[in-house]
Design a protein around this ligand. Structure first.
Ligand SMILES: [Zn+2]
Length: 72
């Protein structure tokens, strides 16, 4: 599926399986700038309230925490 908007993945912060969504343009820009990622399509954000974890789809150990101003 190419138009998938949500995906259940394990969140390393919640320590459980949670729905994840694609990054917003703001989150995408932050990730590129902060983590130096050049290919961000594979990055997903945990949708659980209060969780600001971004993770790489394929590699859970590649994850970062968004700063507080990205709170939902
Ligand atoms: Zn989470």
């Amino acid at each position: 599926m190419t138009n998938e908007v949500e995906r259940e993945r394990h969140c390393p912060t919640c320590k459980s399986y949670e729905q994840h969504r694609h990054l917003t343009p703001e989150e995408d820009a932050w990730l590129r700038k902060t983590a130096g990622e050049t290919y961000t399509y594979d990055w997903w954000r945990c949708k659980k309230t209060g969780c600001r974890t971004l993770r790489n789809h394929g590699v859970e150990s590649r994850n970062v925490q968004l700063p507080e101003d990205f709170d939902d």
